[in-house]
Design a protein around this ligand. Structure first.
Ligand SMILES: Cc1ncc(COP(=O)(O)O)c(C=O)c1O
Length: 384
C-alpha cells in the first residue's frame, strides 16, 4: 500500500535520541526542548515558542490565555479536525461554527463578517481599576464571543489581512489553529504569527513529527511566560513543590524534542518535496471532474496533505484502496458530530457537507518515491 502521510526519519533523529538515552535526559528537562523551541522561533519568526505534548494541548492553553472563559463562544470553521472544537470545550466554551469557502475550503470570511455585523453587539467590561475587556456578544444567545480560531486547513490560509481587520473591528482575540501549517505563509509572514497565539502539531502525519508533540507560538513575552508556567504544572520553584494555580502537565519531553530538532533540520527539504508532489498531482490529475484546493495569490502553502475533490468520492476511495493507494475521506463536518450538532452553525448552502462528501486525501508523505507518485496518478486516472 502506498502510504498516505507517514513520518520521514532520515536525518539526525537516531543520533539525538541516542544522546538522550546515553545521558539519561529523556524526560521533562533537557537541552533539546530549548533547542526545539529555538528552531521553531527561528523558522516561523515568532518571538517565543513553548513546546507541548501535542497540538490539542497547545490549542487549549492558547485559548485559556487569550482570555476565553466558561460559557463563551469561540468562532471556528465547520470543517476542521475535531481537536479544534475539543480544545474550545476544554476551555469551557462552545464552538460557533462558520461554513467554508467552496474553493479554498477555509472559513468563509464574507459569512463571518456579515454575521458579526448583523448579530453581535460590543460590550466593555471593567471596574475602573483592572484593564477593560471589550468583546462582541451574540444577539441570538447573549453569550460572549471570547475568541476566533481560524484553522489553516491542509496548510492553506485565508486572506489574513482581512481577517485581522475583522478581529480588530470586533475586538476578537485570534488563536490560530496553524497545527497543519508549519511552512505556510501569507504575504511572506509565517502562519501562526498573525494572532495572539499560533499553534503547531507534530503528530505522526504532520510535515514534521515528534511522534506526538505541539508548540504554542506568540510575540508576547508575558503570555509566553504564562504559557510555559501553566504547561509545566504552574510550578513556582524548581525545588519546592509549590504551585500557584491549576496547571497542566502538558510539556513536551526531551527525547521527543530531540526527534523534533532533527526533523526541523530537514523541514526545508520536506517542503520542497511536498511542493514537487503537489505540482505533479495538479499537472496530471486536475480536470473539470477533479480539483485540488484553490490557494490565494498571497499564500505560499506547505502542501501538507494533497486532497482532491471528485465526483464519485466513495467509488474513487474503493478504487484507490483496491489498487494499493492509501487514502482517506475528509473530516466529518463539526455540525454533524453528535457533540457539536447543537452548536450554532452559520451557513447559507452547507458547503462543508458538499466538500466532506467529495474530497479525498491521497498519498502525501515526503518520502514517497517518484515511482510511487506516478503510480498514484496512474491509479486515479484509471478510475472509470
Ligand atoms: C486542524 C487540527 N487541529 C488540531 C490538531 C491537533 O493536534 P494533535 O494531534 O497534535 O493534538 C490537528 C492534528 O491532529 C489538526 O489537524
Amino acid at each position: 500500500m502506498i502510504p498516505l502521510s507517514i513520518p520521514n526519519i532520515s536525518g539526525n533523529e537516531w543520533q539525538y535520541v541516542k544522546d538522550c538515552l546515553d545521558t539519561g535526559w529523556i524526560s521533562s528537562v533537557g537541552s533539546y526542548v530549548n533547542q526545539f523551541e529555538e528552531k521553531i522561533t527561528e523558522f516561523t519568526g515568532a518571538k517565543y515558542a513553548v513546546a507541548t505534548m501535542n497540538g490539542t494541548a497547545a490549542l487549549h492553553i492558547a485559548l485559556q490565555l487569550a482570555g476565553v472563559r466558561e460559557k463563551d463562544l469561540v468562532i471556528v470553521p465547520n470543517i476542521t479536525f475535531v481537536a479544534s472544537c475539543n480544545a474550545i470545550k476544554y476551555a469551557g466554551a462552545d464552538p460557533m461554527l462558520i461554513d467554508i469557502d467552496p474553493h479554498t475550503w477555509q472559513m468563509e470570511l464574507d459569512l463571518l463578517e456579515e454575521h458579526l455585523e448583523k448579530y453581535t453587539y460590543i460590550v466593555a467590561e471593567g471596574d475602573g481599576e483592572t484593564e477593560e475587556i471589550v468583546r462582541p456578544y451574540s444577539l441570538l444567545s447573549h453569550r460572549r464571543i471570547g475568541a476566533i480560531m481560524p484553522v489553516h486547513v491542509l496548510g492553506n490560509m485565508v486572506d489574513m489581512d482581512r481577517l485581522q481587520r475583522i478581529c480588530k473591528r470586533f475586538y476578537l482575540p485570534m488563536v490560530e489553529d496553524s497545527t497543519e501549517a508549519l511552512g505556510s505563509y501569507f504575504n511572506k509572514q509565517h502562519a501562526g504569527t498573525f494572532g495572539q497565539f499560533g499553534t503547531f502539531s507534530f503528530n505522526g502525519n504532520k510535515i514534521i513529527s515528534t511522534g506526538g508533540g505541539g508548540v504554542i507560538v506568540t510575540n508576547d513575552e508575558i503570555l509566553a511566560k504564562k504559557a510555559k508556567h501553566i504547561t509545566t504544572t504552574a510550578k513556582k520553584d524548581p525545588f519546592e513543590y509549590d504551585h500557584d494555580e491549576v496547571g497542566y502537565n502538558y510539556r513536551l519531553v526531551n527525547i521527543l524534542a530531540a526527534v523534533g530538532v532533527a526533523q526541523m533540520e530537514q523541514l526545508p527539504a520536506f517542503l520542497e518535496r511536498k511542493k514537487a508532489i503537489d505540482k505533479y498531482y495538479r499537472e496530471h490529475l486536475e480536470n473539470e471532474n477533479l480539483q485540488f484546493q484553490k490557494v490565494g495569490d498571497r499564500v505560499i502553502p506547505n502542501n501538507w496533505l494533497h486532497t482532491m475533490k471528485v465526483k464519485d468520492q466513495r467509488g474513487m476511495i474503493k478504487h484507490l484502496l483496491d489498487n494499493g493507494v492509501q487514502c482517506r475521506p475528509f473530516w466529518v463536518p463539526m455540525n454533524q458530530l453528535k457533540m457539536y450538532q447543537n452548536c450554532r452553525y452559520i451557513s447559507n448552502n452547507d458547503i462543508s457537507n458538499m466538500i466532506y462528501r467529495s474530497c479525498i486525501s491521497i498519498p502525501s508523505s515526503t518520502n514517497l518515491t517518484d515511482a510511487q507518485v506516478e503510480e498514484v496518478v496512474r491509479v486515479v486516472q484509471s478510475f472509470k
